[in-house]
Every structure is written in structure tokens, then in C-alpha cells.
Design a protein around this ligand. Structure first.
Ligand SMILES: CC(C)(COP(=O)(O)OP(=O)(O)OC[C@H]1O[C@@H](n2cnc3c(N)ncnc32)[C@H](O)[C@@H]1OP(=O)(O)O)[C@@H](O)C(=O)NCCC(=O)NCCS
Length: 131
């Protein structure tokens, strides 16, 4: 796997559906954020940092509706790194029993590395990583 990537999958269950019978967009964004968090975890492995938090979701595009019973597979990739931040592209493919995977959602997420200081609070911290 080139660079830093992570995969994450979810099945669409009845609790995830909106009033028009498709996947609720806010639920999709929560899963996008989790996929980004997973690659963030991997990106920061081996550092002295305590984790990363979402600073921005720059862009989310819902390209195709997603239905009850579909599997949604996320690929999250670190595409650039700053001093404390790093940018992640997330793609979500939806797959139903009778169709091939289709690109349902794309998003761009910025995460910031954090460290817990002696005061018990988390502060941004340089990660020293590149991609
Ligand atoms: C994340 C946090 C610690 C950053 O602290 P801050 O003082 O706001 O930090 P800055 O404004 O200096 O930004 C930090 C980095 O993010 C980048 N950044 C900030 N806003 C950005 C935006 N809208 N888009 C892209 N990058 C952004 C900055 O350029 C900087 O990058 P660099 O250090 O790599 O050069 C703080 O904003 C925070 O706690 N936010 C809440 C996070 C949260 O609760 N998320 C949801 C739950 S995970």
C-alpha cells in the first residue's frame, strides 16, 4: 500500500436511513470522520503524540444515494502533511447485492496532531511526519 492509507467498512442498517429512504448524510460524514481517524492513527504510529482531532472537513460530496443493506467501503489516504496538520482524502464506495461498487461520497478532511500536556489538556503538536 503506497503512502498512508486505511480501509473501513460499514453496513447500512435501518437506524442509518433518512426520511426519503436513503443513507442519512450526517451518518455518512461520521463514518468519513472515522475512516480519516483510522489513517490518522496509522500516520502517527510510533510518535510521542496522543492522537489527532478533526480540524476541518473542507469538502463533502454525496455523489450517489446509498440504500439499506448496502456495504459502504471507505478508503482514507493522507495526501499532504503540514507542521501539525495533515490532509486526508476519503472515498466511500457503496455496494449492493445486485450492483458493482459505486463511488458514493468523497471528502477532504484536515486533522491536527495533539499531545496531552501536564495541565491535562490536549494541545496541537508538530508531528514531524511527511507523506
Ligand atoms: C485542532 C486544534 C487543537 C488546533 O488548534 P488551533 O490553535 O486552532 O490551530 P491552528 O489554527 O494553528 O491550526 C493548526 C493547523 O491546522 C491547519 N488548519 C487550521 N484550519 C484549517 C482549515 N480550515 N483548513 C485546513 N487547514 C487548517 C493550520 O494551517 C495548521 O496547520 P500546520 O500546523 O500544519 O501549518 C483546535 O482548533 C481544536 O481543538 N479544535 C477542535 C477539534 C475538535 O474538537 N474536533 C472534533 C472532534 S475530533
Amino acid at each position: 500500500m503506497p503512502g498512508f492509507s486505511a480501509h473501513y467498512s460499514q453496513m447500512v442498517m435501518p437506524d442509518h436511513i433518512n426520511i426519503v429512504g436513503t443513507l442519512f448524510g450526517g451518518q455518512m460524514i461520521a463514518w468519513v470522520d472515522l475512516a480519516a481517524a483510522k489513517v490518522g492513527f496509522r500516520f502517527l504510529k510510533g510518535t510521542e503524540l496522543d492522537g489527532a482531532v478533526t480540524r476541518a472537513i473542507d469538502k463533502v460530496e454525496f455523489k450517489e444515494p446509498v440504500y439499506l443493506g448496502d456495504w459502504v467501503s471507505f478508503t482514507a489516504t493522507v495526501i499532504s502533511a503540514g507542521s501539525t496538520s495533515f490532509k486526508i482524502k476519503v472515498e466511500a464506495y457503496a455496494e449492493s447485492r445486485h450492483s458493482k461498487p459505486r463511488l458514493a461520497c468523497v471528502a477532504s478532511v484536515v486533522m491536527v496532531a495533539v499531545k496531552k500536556d501536564n495541565d491535562g489538556n490536549y494541545h496541537k503538536s508538530t508531528h514531524g511526519k511527511s507523506c
